[in-house]
Design a protein around this ligand. Structure first.
Ligand code: TPP
Length: 282
């Protein structure tokens, strides 16, 4: 199985998850059907975080994507957008069939998300920038006296960007309590482990020292994510941060805990249908 991606020597199974998480991963695979390549591992670590935000936490209107009082979701690690596209398709912002156009010429669904797509709030992909856009939105909501909250998802590798820490200082100074930084802490980035490339530990202490109220959670435990997100904001004085401990490539054992599936190409039809049937059968 999966000979075409040279993963046949690795145990092949789907790691534990419920029906909804499997379904959203099937939509991610649908996004790979046309182009056969993409940021697979980066999207798979995000699924439960985005799922819980859109299912249980955020206020938004798929039929009125620009509703002024909506909450804002910012995918600062914009390359993980296959997971966002999957949820936007599931919620009716876009047609699920459009997923198959991901990164094809003329498609709205680029390899990093752009705000030409209904439901995508900010064009991201240059790491370290999306968070700042979210800060601006949070400040604007306060000035305009709107109830909108801002949820910005950052990659742990993205935290190597200095602009994130400049943004964190800004958020704390302005007491942006309706802003939450959500860290998809999958421990890997494009070329290796975050620990080896530019170590962030002690990560929680860093966010605390930058003036955030911080909680940590298993980023694949749907119940735990719900519990933590429902407690937001964690403070009346400080912005919040949730460090979500996730697994890069979560769902497929051969893609988990490695940077090798950060970006994957050559995903031919047999490989994709094998991955799909793993989701259906296990
Ligand atoms: C400013 C900038 N530098 C470099 C890149 C290239 N790049 C794309 S993804 C990535 C790694 C990101 O790692 P992380 O934030 O941990 O994301 P994940 O592991 O979830 O994919 C890099 C360096 C980029 N997109 N933007």
């Amino acid at each position: 199985m999966l000979e075409s991606t040279q993963e046949s020597n690795v145990a092949q199974k789907v790691t534990s998850m419920d029906e909804r998480s499997r379904y959203l991963r099937k939509l991610i695979l649908k996004g790979l059907e046309g182009t056969k390549k993409g940021h697979v591992g980066s999207a798979l670590s995000l699924v439960e975080i985005i799922r819980v935000l859109y299912d249980d936490i955020m206020n938004y209107r798929p039929q009125e994507p620009m509703w002024p009082d909506r909450d804002r979701f910012i995918l600062s690690k914009g390359h993980g957008c296959l997971a966002l596209y999957a949820v936007l398709a599931d919620k009716g912002f876009i047609d699920p069939e459009e997923l198959t156009t991901y990164t094809l010429e003329g498609s709205r669904l680029g390899g990093c998300s752009e705000n030409i797509v209904p439901g995508v709030e900010a064009t991201t992909g240059a790491l370290g920038h999306g968070f700042a856009v979210g800060l601006g939105m949070a400040l604007a909501a306060r000035i305009q006296k709107r109830p909108s909250r801002v949820y910005a998802v950052l990659g742990d590798g993205e935290l190597n960007e200095g602009s994130i820490w400049e943004g964190a200082l800004f958020a704390a100074k302005h007491k942006l309590t309706h802003l939450t930084a959500i860290i998809d802490c999958n421990k890997f980035q494009i070329a290796g482990s975050t620990k080896d490339i530019l170590n962030l530990e002690p990560l929680k202490d860093k966010w605390v020292s930058f003036g955030f109220a911080v909680q940590e959670v298993d980023g694949h435990d749907v119940e735990a994510l719900r519990r933590v997100f429902k407690k937001l904001p964690f403070s009346d004085e400080k912005p919040s941060a949730v460090i979500c401990h996730t697994i890069k490539g979560k769902g497929f054992s051969f893609a988990e805990g490695t940077h090798k599936w950060h970006w994957k190409s050559g995903l031919d039809e047999p490989t994709l249908s094998q991955m799909k049937s793993l989701l259906e059968n296990e």
